[in-house]
Write a protein of this length. Sequence first.
Length: 405
Amino acid sequence: MVTENINSSAIHEATAAALGFYFQSQFALLTLISQTAGEAAVAVERLDDVELKVDGQQLLYQLKHSIQGSPPVVTLASVAFWKTIKVWIDALPLVSLADTTFHLVSVGKVPIDSPLAALCDPGGDREVLLEAMEKEADRVATERASAKSAGAKLPHAARAPGCDAFLALDHSTRLNLLRRVVIKQDSANIGQIPDEVAKRLHLIPRSQRLQAANRLLQWWDLQVVFSLCGKRERVIQRSEMEQQISSIIADLENGTLVAEFSGLSQPEDYEPDGMLTRQIALVKGRPSDIVKAIRSQWRAKEQRSSWIVNNPQMHSKIASYDRLLIEHWSDRHTHMVEDCADLESSQVEAKGLELLRWTHDLAPIQVEPIAHGWSAHYYVQGTYQVLAIDRHVGWHADYLKLLQD
């Protein structure tokens, strides 16, 4: 997978690389959901970026992603093109050429006057392209040989392996390879794939397709990760995807809320609102209390946002449930304030710490869930932290006075 990028700095390169891998995963789903054969299956990062098997054929995809407004064009001088050729030549001993097609998927376009334009048409003539590629590969090899003889720095370092591998093939193998190559230009980028997936969910009402597509992508990304780390088979079957779509349809029809963030943790660079830790500091909370609070607050915040984005009507349901949580907290906080009237400050803090830990340990069990069938504890735990940030609840008996600044 090669990713073109706007800025060559390390930070931007890391961002583009991360987006590039995420694009592989999403493109694999888009490819599979576009098939009609029931036995279709895909794998990510095996023989190629994406590998599709359908109707006895093997389709290998090299992806050239870009987040630029004007993505780089694909030409015979492109490093990405020759790196792709090298990948495919390396794969030749592992595949049956007669049953395999090689697809270069690019967000950028191929110039109309480029010899590579022949690859945009599966039935296009490859003879002229073959001659142009041989000429370009010979030029790269000649210039490198001349530089080596002159003791100068060798040019075309990134393209050389692909050019050398291509020249090492005999003429007929080069031509047969090119006859199995197709370029798909002007492809959707990572930001457009959820909409493209949604368009293919024909069994779901139009108004719910994007919501269903986002849920399907979340499930899919997890399957890809599991496939790469050995927690499941490397190949993901279309039947698995169809089963997940059926489950999503059932949830939508029943109005079931899905715990999308169970088992997920906040990003390493996530910084919660400072009020969260200030509230906990008032009752001398331990590091473990802070860790649990931050994790659950992030999950609840993301869950609330996801629900509202996918269904704006959830806003009133969330607000109503917030009021219920505040009521349960208020009953306990009022008693605590009364009990703390004659206590030392350290004892008041200890009472407050008990209230904080009630939100983690008992509240998810004692407070009715936000919806029938909901069982994920993180929503109650984290929503209390969301409310604490806004000072609608607090753990210390005098938290409003102590935090009035």
